[in-house]
Design a binder for this molecule. Structure first.
Ligand SMILES: Nc1nc2c(ncn2[C@@H]2O[C@H](COP(=O)(O)OP(=O)(O)OP(=O)(O)O)[C@@H](O)[C@H]2O)c(=O)[nH]1
Ligand SMILES: [Mg+2]
Length: 279
């Protein structure tokens, strides 16, 4: 039987750890398992129950304090992740071998990990060899919506992760609660946008020079079918249910599950508001 995982990625501060906590609480409330595993060697505090923590293997502070290595925070983080990739047997010891287990991996925000450093791809390959079905969940802060150019830069990071990892991919837009009223009114334009139109309207000094480039970038992103974002309002259970449903569909979670016992005491997936029936 397969196991399932979300690989929660995205730029620094976009809301990855908060998302993990939200998903864990939502799953607990609907009697679903979601074991959150911290993969950020620079993390400091968590708002979720930590099932496993890469800092028990290696942490950035130790690497930075090492007289021989003398790394700064970014180099230190890459060093830690490469060390992690050389020690996947440590990870294997942490992951229970339980059928249908569901993990949420809270990843670091450094974009290098998803562009040219192979660590995350190695992790995906390793987990897939252990019968995991994995969904990449790319978190983008809705403040990226303020300008089309910022938005496209966020999209290109997401595209980079998608192409590098080659796993089902869901984009999630966070921090909707702090959007200005005018940005909220334009939300739909950004959740499922017509990039050609969005970029054609981009007004910045010298933008005519870049209009061809913008058009090429827009069609590149369109061609990958990447453009859609799912909005996540942490305070709205329906919004969380919708996002989780997209991810479940992407990794076919729920298809092979055993039915719950009638009293729902077995800790399996409940027939509840998540849109799935497990019979
Ligand atoms: N208002 C609001 N704040 C949020 C939301 N999600 C995250 N935050 C805040 O944004 C900040 C960063 O959130 P984190 O969840 O730590 O972001 P992260 O992506 O894990 O950050 P790094 O691990 O440092 O890359 C915190 O102060 C959160 O409280 C949200 O949906 N709404
Ligand atoms: Mg974090």
């Amino acid at each position: 039987m397969p196991k399932y995982a979300q690989l929660v990625m995205g730029p620094a501060g976009s809301g990855k750890s908060t998302y993990c906590s939200t998903i864990q609480k939502h799953c607990q409330a609907s009697r679903r398992t979601a074991k959150v595993f911290n993969l950020d060697p620079a993390a400091e505090a968590f708002d979720y129950d930590v099932y496993g923590d890469v800092r028990e293997l290696i942490c950035v502070d130790d690497v930075m304090e090492d007289e021989d290595l003398r790394y700064g925070p970014n180099g230190g983080l890459i060093f830690c992740m490469e060390y992690f990739a050389q020690n996947f047997d440590w990870l294997d010891e942490q992951l229970d071998d339980v059928d249908d287990d569901y993990f949420v991996f809270d990843c670091p925000g450094q974009i290098e990990l998803y562009t040219h450093i192979p660590v995350m791809r190695q992790l995906v390959d390793h987990l897939q060899n252990r019968d995991f079905r994995i969904c990449g969940v790319f978190i983008i802060d809705s403040q990226f919506m303020v300008e089309p150019s910022k938005y496209v830069s966020g999209l290109l990071s997401a595209l980079s992760a998608m192409v590098t990892l080659e796993i089902p991919h869901v984009n999630v837009m966070t921090k909707l609660d702090i959007l200005s009223k005018s940005a909220r009114r334009r939300l739909d334009e950004y959740l499922d946008p017509d990039l050609q139109v969005l970029l054609a309207n981009e007004k910045m000094p010298g933008s005519s020079k870049f209009s061809k480039l913008n058009a090429c970038i827009a069609s590149l992103i369109d061609n990958y079918g990447l453009v859609k974002f799912f909005p996540l309002d942490q305070s709205d259970e329906d919004s969380i249910t919708d996002v989780l449903l997209q991810i479940d569909l992407a990794i076919q979670y729920g298809e092979d599950l055993e039915p719950d016992d009638p009293d729902g005491r077995d800790g399996g997936m409940a027939d509840d508001d998540d849109g799935y029936s497990d019979t």
